[in-house]
Design a protein around this ligand. Sequence first.
Ligand code: PEP
Length: 249
Amino acid sequence: MRQKLAAGNWKMNGTGADLVELKALAKAQSTAKSEILICPPATLLSRAAELTRDSAVSLGAQDCHAANSGAHTGDLAAVMLKEAGASTVILGHSERRADHGETSAIVAAKTTAAWAEQLTAIVCLGETLAEREDGSTLKVIGNQLAASLPKGATGENTVIAYEPVWAIGTGKVPSLAQIAEVHDFLRAELTTRFGAEVANAMRLLYGGSVKPGNAAEIFATSNVDGALVGGASLKSADFSPIIQALDAS
Ligand code: PEP
């Protein structure tokens, strides 16, 4: 009932020359069952949109401002990203929370702005290593979920990505039991707040060092509906086997 989602976050990687990877991915995955999303740097969105038109690959942005326009040097509004070709926007990635001081309240405001432009928000949550080690993971995730997600979330306008901060770009991955514990908790929290219909329609992604070699076991884990992938989404040869593993799950 929930379509699986393989989302790639290119972060601050990629210039025009790297669009060959997007072209290769669209060609290699033309019959994929899963939804495929690539979030390149905003500078590439318009060109990426040309390249992926009529393909199985859709496009997202990596952040947006909460305002629609105004004196916010260097920022981009949801309406601009939509015009450039994005259908989705990643919000509250731990690198944004850490590098730019984004609080969950800011993430919630950005989510509202994204929805106003009919962009799907991928809202990211995750504990630090210190929080994992002191046993407060579920408390942290619960607080982030409650404060980052505004009223009005649905399975169409929102995707949740659980990304332990200590697993991003490190090659470290939580145990499957740890992933299942958080994903089951998220589904239960969403049910309490939004009701079973909305909670059961909302996709829950795992993110943090997903690679071709560990994708299948992660996708077989309870309440995992796909992945948000950083490093391994940059090359079609790495991302394609992850998508295939998701299709097979
Ligand atoms: C990410 O950027 O969201 C991410 C999960 O990165 P990586 O796959 O490289 O750990």
